[in-house]
Ligand binder design. Sequence first.
Ligand code: PNS
Length: 176
Amino acid sequence: MIRAIYPGSFDPVTYGHYDIICRSCKIVDELIVGVLNNKAKMPLFSVEERVKMLKEVTKDLGNVKVVPFDGLLVEFARQQKARLVIRGLRAITDFEYELQIAQTNSKLSNGMLDTVFLTTSLEYAYLSSSSVKEIASFHGDISQCVPDFVAKLVYEKYKDNSNDRLIKSDKYGGVL
Ligand code: PNS
């Protein structure tokens, strides 16, 4: 039985994430989508909101569970009895960051936690949560990036533009 974790911030979940989730759950027996509760990142959505969105998006996938976590991924994986992490790779620019995380997790877990990379489908290669937020903050069209109900929630957050500063807190600096 293979149980894997697909961790991330999912702020918000995009079609790119959904693509990785759908493909992963065909490869493994159980997929746990781990939603990072990292207050230092100042997410646009609370962890509860992100979990709710992901539960809605994955409701028709029988072997997927959505679980929030904070702290170290290796600890979360140990609690969930998972020995595999899945991450999506969009481009070579992702690779350095992802390699470092994967190797750190392997070291921290004494080799008990491995990472498998799925290459993002070409149609979503350009997509990131940061770009979705940036586009929405300027009232641009995000209908090709996220499901309709997610788009509505994102626009809600930018209604009065008071959240514009939040996109700057992402790891890409909100400049994608
Ligand atoms: O969607 P993201 O923000 O790129 O996901 C990053 C994530 C959640 C995979 C990564 O930040 C993470 O695992 N954080 C938990 C803290 C941790 O375990 N850090 C050690 C590895 S550097």
